[in-house]
Design a protein around this ligand. Structure first.
Ligand SMILES: [Mg+2]
Length: 279
């Protein structure tokens, strides 16, 4: 066997062994899933899939992003920057899920089958490479690349999902997709270290995300009221450097209601009910 061919078959065998091991282990470690009480998510999923208002909000976010980028590209504004930053190439940082890719079909599947969030289902959805682009996102990011801006896709999808994610992003038309700028989670879920990679050689003009943790680490593990207070402190940044996409289906906003505890379905339902503000 020619050395190249030999290496290729060795690689294929190794990857088969690794993936078989991975599937076996992940299935073996998967606890019996509690039946999820997720009917309460129906309105959130329908809003994303069926409300034209959701589409309008998404276009609004990407139109706003374009206006902010155009302002940043304006030479008059470049002169206002500190000298060291004037010649730095620009970058835009975007989150992936519910910022540029729409995973609402996976949420709908979970509701129909009363399944809680779990990694095997999540990975299986990712492997399908079927997520559609959020309205306005492909056009905006292609526009930014046409102006010489680098795009960093910083996501808490796991490293094992990286290739499928890259394939999905490419298939719906996103630009600037490579292993170097699609930054999945390797260690911690916090995104500061990965934002630092983006900022090492670029000036970050805009960050876009559906979760406050996509912008700074200031919100991490904060209570509902502290998240409010942090958002208020930064009120001039929203729509300027930080552009938020709506996601009522899931997010840290919900974990904060549960005070970041692992609760049973019944305990979560009780927390949600007691969190409602009544007249
Ligand atoms: Mg997201």
């Amino acid at each position: 066997m020619a050395p190249k061919k030999y290496l290729l078959s060795l690689g294929l065998i190794a990857s088969t062994v690794v993936s078989t091991y991975f599937v076996t282990v992940s299935t073996a470690q998967q606890p019996v899933l509690e039946t999820a009480d997720n009917d309460y998510q129906v309105a959130a999923v329908l809003y994303m899939q069926k409300a034209a208002e959701y589409r309008a909000l998404a276009y609004q976010a990407f139109n706003l992003a374009k206006w902010q980028l155009d302002a940043d590209l304006d030479k008059k504004n470049v002169k206002k920057l500190p000298k060291a930053e004037r010649k730095m190439p620009r970058a835009i940082v975007v989150d992936i899920d519910e910022t540029v890719l729409d995973n609402s079909p996976a949420q709908a599947y979970a509701i129909k089958n009363r399944r809680p969030f779990n990694l095997p289902d999540w990975y299986a959805w990712g492997e399908m490479r079927k997520a559609k682009a959020i309205p306005g996102s492909v056009e905006f990011l292609n526009y930014a690349v046409s102006k010489g801006v680098k795009i960093f896709y910083i996501s808490n999808r796991d490293e094992v999902q990286k290739q499928a994610t890259i394939d999905n992003l490419k298939s719906v038309g996103f630009p600037d997709i490579s292993a170097e700028n699609v930054l999945t989670r390797t260690k911690e879920s916090g995104k500061d270290a990965r934002r630092a990679i983006a900022a090492a050689k670029h000036r970050i003009v805009l960050l876009m995300g559906d979760n406050l943790d996509d912008f700074t680490s200031a919100f991490e593990k904060k209570s509902v009221s502290d998240r409010f207070a942090e958002v208020d402190k930064m009120k001039t940044l929203w729509g300027r450097n930080f552009i938020v996409l709506s996601n009522a289906m899931y997010g840290t906003w919900e974990s904060a209601i549960y005070e970041y505890n692992r609760l049973t379905e019944a305990q979560k339902a009780a927390k949600r009910a007691s969190s409602l503000e009544l007249p």
